[in-house]
Design a protein around this ligand. Structure first.
Ligand code: HEM
Ligand code: HEM
Length: 175
């Protein structure tokens, strides 16, 4: 049985697969934003959307699994750091869920499909909800460009401190 103070093996796989996918999605998003021509921006965005289909499925599974399994107690030398880890971990998952919903909703509300590498397309005609098209774009861009990168930086600094400081104190929770 899983020790309630530790992350399970499935959690560890989920953590690192998501970390890889989300970093690639951020890089593709930023690369599209900084593309030297409209054609290149469109091509990079098409890859962002195609991979996004799989990221959507994986994030949904990962969030559901975390809700099912619960979060192990956070570790850290001070109550403030444990509280910060508690908030940042939940915020990252909530923002990822918003991100994988707002991306497709942005497309569907202007009657565009999610084309997945030319293999197949996912179309949900939601033009009737065109009033939320711009709010979806606003949410997606602000989370993707500012909020998520800032939280991931905090998370990364926290992880370094965790490996450097907590490890010496033999604390159980880890990934
Ligand atoms: C080099 C990069 C990373 C390192 C070293 C790292 C390390 C860690 C560690 C050690 C924990 C457990 C914290 C604890 O014991 O309380 C953790 C949890 C977590 N990390 Fe990361 N992480 C990295 C990147 C990421 C990325 C890119 C994401 C999001 C896309 C992410 C999302 C999470 C979440 C949501 C948790 C909470 C537990 C869970 O649901 O998996 N991490 N990370
Ligand atoms: C964790 C997952 C995701 C992250 C981190 C992410 C990140 C980003 C970022 C940073 C941008 C900004 C591009 C710019 O600089 O202008 C962007 C744009 C965009 N993303 Fe995502 N994205 C994610 C998931 C998705 C998914 C699943 C879709 C599915 C369709 C999607 C569709 C789009 C679209 C259509 C835009 C362009 C919006 C516009 O033209 O204003 N994204 N994304």
């Amino acid at each position: 049985m899983t020790d309630p103070g530790r992350y399970s093996a499935i959690s560890t796989i989920n953590h690192w697969v998501t970390a890889l996918l989300v970093v690639v999605m951020l890089v593709l998003g930023f690369a599209a934003g900084a593309a030297p021509s409209e054609a290149i921006a469109e091509y990079v965005m098409a890859v962002h959307i195609s991979l996004g289909f799989f990221v959507l499925i994986f994030v949904a599974w990962r969030v559901m699994f975390r809700l099912y399994e619960g979060f192990p107690a956070n570790v850290g030398p001070t109550a403030m750091e444990r509280w910060a880890a508690y908030l940042v971990h939940r915020a990252i998952l909530i923002l990822l869920a918003l991100q994988v919903v707002s991306g497709p909703m942005y497309l569907f509300t202007e009657n565009e499909c999610m084309d997945v590498f030319g293999w197949f397309s996912v179309c949900v005609p939601l033009e009737s909800l065109s009033i939320i098209h711009e709010p979806m774009e606003w949410i997606h861009l602000n989370i993707g460009i500012y909020v998520l990168p800032a939280l991931l930086m905090l998370h990364f600094l926290g992880a370094i401190r965790h490996y450097a400081v907590d490890k010496r104190q033999e604390t159980p929770s880890d990934l």
